[in-house]
Design a protein around this ligand. Structure first.
Ligand SMILES: Cc1cc2nc3c(=O)[nH]c(=O)nc-3n(C[C@H](O)[C@H](O)[C@H](O)COP(=O)(O)OP(=O)(O)OC[C@H]3O[C@@H](n4cnc5c(N)ncnc54)[C@H](O)[C@@H]3O)c2cc1C
Length: 471
């Protein structure tokens, strides 16, 4: 799509083009449309949704989440809670427990939707868990607003000071200082690995705190009928406000519209804007750092996964990596056994598979752009905690880092978070301008802006609000 196809000059001022229909693009479009702006979203893929799509990837009748599957930051998002998503078909399903972390002794540590119940299974670390999380959990209703926005002067300084000190530390440091036992350390390490940072690096504890707090308060739900139901609801709401989504339309140059919201990464923005951007901005975009990639597998299964630890049937999300030391080794150098994040949605949502059958979704982090086939290593890790898993497989679908990028150009080298986390990039993301660009009316609104990766719509929400202030 070239710019003159999108808008002839002289069109009405209150008009916006959004490039990309991921959750952030759709959130930005909705925030603008709610202010009476005529919004058109251009999506390269044949289906809207970006990271919130589902498809029959393996066998007919088995519906898989192609990218995101679990929504700790979606269910508590200050953006999504303003939208009538339920009216448009969104049903969050809360599994009995947010997370199970099996260990080699045949038991599993469970992250419960309660600080007290989680602490209750941590033995010698029960009090330390309570001390760390109980005060922060009471702040969660305000803390989530602070965390899901660009880092700046806190509006709730007391809550942020309690959170900020441990958050800025390394996950390994926090785990080893605060907990003595294998179970609490392993649980914390697995959650911290969602930062896609080495667990020895600063800020990795922050992600563990955020996701643990979300789990113990608002939960880690899945979406009934799969991820696609969220994209469908956001699209339907946008259309009810007069907006539209045009799919199968890759945008090649910046559209000539008064407002352009780009749900793309810095590398693509560079291509879209080209020489229209000053050299310093081009240089800043080119210097943006991407994080490790992801190697993902989906399976159609004959039965549920045969877990050795029965507690694993209580959770949709299961972390397979054993101890803190093992998980840290994988996330630091990608050596040893991979740390695997697994989701078993059909235990809680039977609409996604033929009767009695199941699906599973899993990935591990790999070096950015890695071409190594991780299928056997991931399945070996599942077999370790669920002997006989392979014999239940009816169909398998593989997404390598290259295939992920082909599926969605925002996933550079398989990086699913829109860029490396950590300091200083988490503050100046992707440049000191954050959502803004040197071109009037052109904004970036993808997960490469604050507050970063995950399905929450907050990058789009903040970018659109900044754009509205400029009108
Ligand atoms: C395998 C995987 C697993 C994940 N798991 C989870 C999870 O469980 N929970 C969670 O919260 N998050 C998860 N995420 C992360 C989450 O999906 C992303 O952080 C989120 O989707 C980012 O939203 P976005 O709107 O910024 O971009 P995206 O969702 O990436 O959407 C961008 C859209 O823009 C389109 N586009 C790009 N360039 C152009 C162009 N030039 N013209 C037109 N269209 C264009 C793309 O096709 C895409 O549809 C996962 C991601 C992946 C890939």
């Amino acid at each position: 799509m070239r710019s003159n196809q999108i808008r002839k000059s002289g069109a009405p001022k209150r008009e916006a083009a959004v490039i990309g229909s991921g959750p952030n693009g759709l959130a930005a479009a909705i925030v603008l449309a709610r202010q009476g702006i005529r919004v058109r979203v251009y999506e390269a893929a044949p289906v809207a949704g970006g990271g919130v799509r589902s498809a029959e990837l393996t066998l007919p009748g088995f519906l898989h989440d192609t990218c995101s599957a679990v929504y700790p930051l979606g269910v508590c998002s200050p953006c999504f809670e303003q939208f009538p998503l339920k009216e448009h078909g969104v049903t969050w399903i809360q599994p009995d427990a947010p997370l199970a972390h099996p260990l080699d002794d045949g038991t599993a540590v469970i992250l419960e939707q309660s600080v007290e119940r989680t602490a209750g299974q941590l033995g010698e670390d029960a009090d330390a868990w309570r001390r760390l999380f109980a005060p922060l959990a009471s702040f969660w209703p305000t803390l989530r607003h602070e965390i899901l926005r660009p880092i700046g002067l806190p509006r709730h300084p007391w809550a942020m000071s309690q959170f900020g000190l441990p958050a800025i530390a390394s996950a390994r440091g926090v785990a080893e200082r605060r907990f003595r036992g294998t179970r609490a350390r392993a649980l914390f390490a697995g959650i911290a690995a969602h930062s896609v940072l080495p667990l020895e690096e600063r800020l990795s504890a922050g992600i563990a705190l955020v996701l643990s707090l979300a789990a113990m308060t608002t939960g880690w739900p899945i979406l009934q009928g799969g991820a696609q139901s969220l994209a469908a609801a956001l699209t339907a709401y946008l259309e009810s406000l007069g907006g539209e989504v045009v799919t199968g339309t890759p945008v090649e140059t910046l559209p000539d519209a008064p407002l352009v919201m780009c749900d793309v990464g810095p590398r693509q923005l560079l291509k879209l804007g080209g020489s229209r951007f000053p050299a310093s901005f081009r240089q800043a975009l080119a210097g943006f750092r991407y994080g490790p990639g992801v190697f993902k597998l989906d399976w159609a299964l004959d039965t549920p996964i045969p877990w050795r630890a029965r507690e694993c049937y209580r959770a949709a999300t299961v972390h397979l990596g054993g101890t803190l030391e093992e998980i840290a080794a994988w996330e630091r150098r990608h050596t040893g056994k991979p740390f695997v994040l697994l989701v078993q949605p059909t235990l809680f949502d039977s609409t996604r598979a033929p009767e009695g059958k199941h699906t599973a979704w899993a990935y591990c982090h790999v070096p950015n752009g890695s071409t190594k086939d991780m299928t056997d290593a991931i399945e070996d890790q599942i077999e370790r905690f669920a002997p006989g898993f392979r014999s239940r497989i009816l169909g398998r679908h593989v997404l390598s880092p290259a295939a992920l990028e082909q599926h969605n150009p925002n996933l550079v080298g398989g990086d699913v978070g829109g860029g490396r986390n950590g300091l200083p990039q988490s503050i100046f993301r992707p440049t000191w301008r954050r959502y803004g660009t040197p071109l009037e009316g052109v904004y970036l609104c993808s997960s490469s802006t604050p507050p970063g990766g995950g399905v929450h719509g907050m990058c789009g929400y903040h970018a659109a609000r900044q754009a509205l202030r400029s009108l």
